[in-house]
Design a protein around this ligand. Structure first.
Ligand SMILES: Nc1nc2c(ncn2[C@@H]2O[C@H](COP(=O)(O)OP(=O)(O)OP(=O)(O)O)[C@@H](O)[C@H]2O)c(=O)[nH]1
Ligand SMILES: [Mg+2]
Length: 483
């Protein structure tokens, strides 16, 4: 394809993401099902939110992502990869509640420093916007504040980037107090340097829209002073959020420490968004957490206890999904949540075997794992959705990733093997001790027999001398009691 050519890949109405519910029998409703119904009830209704007038800039960005055109720059790799990236952007947009009208990809060595797409292509995009009646352009990358502003000047509708879109989805899906605070912090961090650009084009845009709007963005000309006030307000809110998050993090660390104290080995289910992590947790533990054919359905970790085939108790955590180019602001803000993954004894890395390119999902997940310093944790690859995946794709994945189990969280295929593989991969968790305890602590000796392995036991004058391999918590008690 010649440099600079615009490539259309998504026709009008293409690929509307059906929001599939796995929920059929109302009597079987789990908490996750109820949450899903709730979420669907709250989903944006196209056209409705345009009536909102008195909204802040942040809300304005959120409520008006409705009829969108996608724009990407194809810099390297195959055309298929570029198209896949834009299709994924389309899914993200639909998850955020937008209707995707069209998509364009421009072949360029680098994005245009001024307008992201080249200036000629940006003007063509403007025509497409007019012809289709789009109200937003979503670019497949992270744009500088200047690029956002200058592209808005050309296309004359709002321009947002992939980062903001992902932040928007997270904002819609956040449930817990901590999750909400984390997302707000990430949004503000992203927004702060971009406030000015948006303010300027907003005032111009609003002028041309719904003339005579009373109050709201249309009449609130964000002059320099307003922007300064906004910045100050955002900064002080960020400070407050950081403080609150620190408090919540303390509580979480204490919880985690107490779980550690109970010495149960921990498994974290991680992986690409929509790979089936929550379905797998449900299948393995009957947790009943929310499952949805949408990106980033899960934001808060859910932790459940379960047993391995030999009866060993373990904890399993469902975690937030990853995506290519996960915004750095989000990784930062979710760092404490992601610790769940970093501190695990084993990462069960779920990949969607029916995806177009599961190996790029694996690579994207490992990139995030490396960013949160979790690469040292042992990893077990779980190729999910075997019921619908192409057997050839699974076979080639297994060649690349020999340490893997093939399962279907939907049909239960491979789940028993998975549990066995988890058991085999977990550290034994036993610590060797060699000490003498008084006879009065016969209880400790019997716990050594029941919870670990006694290697040697001798009864001397002072007490029982023993060498044993026991769980860490028991080892600590033994040390305390030792003569
Ligand atoms: N066919 C098939 N579909 C599956 C399987 N496992 C999960 N799904 C579907 O895949 C979609 C996503 O499943 P989730 O369990 O919500 O995925 P997740 O990884 O938790 O996704 P996020 O929390 O959004 O990152 C849902 O529509 C599930 O019904 C499977 O083994 N086979
Ligand atoms: Mg999930």
């Amino acid at each position: 394809m010649a440099t600079g050519q615009v490539h259309f890949i998504l026709g009008a109405g293409h690929g509307t993401l059906a929001v599939m519910s796995d929920f059929e029998d109302p009597d079987q409703a789990t908490l996750g099902d109820l949450e899903l119904q709730d979420r669907q009830a709250l989903r944006r209704v196209a056209g409705l939110s345009t009536e909102l007038q008195d909204v802040t800039e942040v809300e304005y960005r959120q409520v008006r992502l409705e009829r969108v055109i996608l724009a990407g720059v194809w810099m390297s790799g195959t055309l298929q990869a570029a198209e896949r990236s834009l299709r994924e952007l389309g899914l993200l947009a639909e998850t955020a509640g937008s209707e995707v009208l069209d998509g364009v990809i421009q072949r360029r060595s680098t994005p245009d420093p001024a307008t992201y797409l080249g200036s000629g292509k940006a003007r063509e995009l403007r025509q497409l916007v007019v012809a289709s009646g789009a109200d937003t352009v979503i670019c497949d990358g992270e744009l500088t504040p200047g690029q956002l502003r200058q592209l808005e000047e050309v296309v004359k509708v709002k321009v947002v980037d992939r980062t903001w879109l992902i932040l928007d989805i997270f904002a819609q899906h956040a449930r817990s107090r901590e999750g909400k605070a984390q997302v707000s912090l990430a949004q503000m961090q992203y927004l702060l340097p971009r406030l000015r650009g948006w303010g300027e084009s907003l005032s111009r845009q609003a002028g041309g829209r719904a003339g005579g709007a009373t109050g709201g963005v249309g009449t609130r000309g964000p002059g320099e002073t307003k922007i300064e006030t906004d910045r100050r307000r955002i900064r002080s809110q960020m400070t407050k959020l950081r403080r609150e998050l620190k408090e919540m993090e303390k509580a979480r660390t204490t919880q985690r420490a107490s779980r550690r104290g109970s010495a149960l080995p921990s498994v974290a289910i991680a992986g690409y968004t929509n790979a089936g992590k929550s379905s797998l947790l449900n299948q393995l533990t009957g947790a009943g957490v929310l499952v949805e054919n949408a990106l980033f359905a899960t934001l808060d970790p859910t932790i459940r206890r379960t047993k391995t085939p030999s009866g060993r108790e373990i904890t399993m955590a469902d975690t937030v999904g990853f995506v290519r180019h996960l915004p750095h602001e989000l990784i930062e803000a979710f760092r404490s949540t992601l610790e769940e993954v970093k501190d695990a004894d084993l990462i069960v890395h779920v990949v969607d075997g029916s995806d177009e390119s599961p190996e790029t999902q694996i690579a994207a997940v490992r990139e995030v794992l490396s960013e949160i310093e979790a690469l040292e944790v042992p990893e077990l690859i779980v190729i999910n959705k075997a019921d619908v995946a192409d057997p050839d794709v699974i076979a080639s994945l297994l060649r690349r990733e020999p340490h893997a189990v093939v399962v279907s969280a939907r049909t239960g295929q491979g789940i028993a093997e998975l549990l066995q593989a988890i058991e085999d991969d977990l550290p034994t968790g036993l610590t060797q001790v060699s000490l003498t305890v008084p006879y009065s602590r016969g209880d400790l000796i019997s716990r050594c027999h029941s919870q670990g392995e006694v290697v040697m036991l001798e009864h001397g004058d002072a007490g029982s001398t023993l060498v044993a391999r026991v769980p860490a918590a028991l080892a600590a008690e033994l040390e305390d009691a030792a003569l």
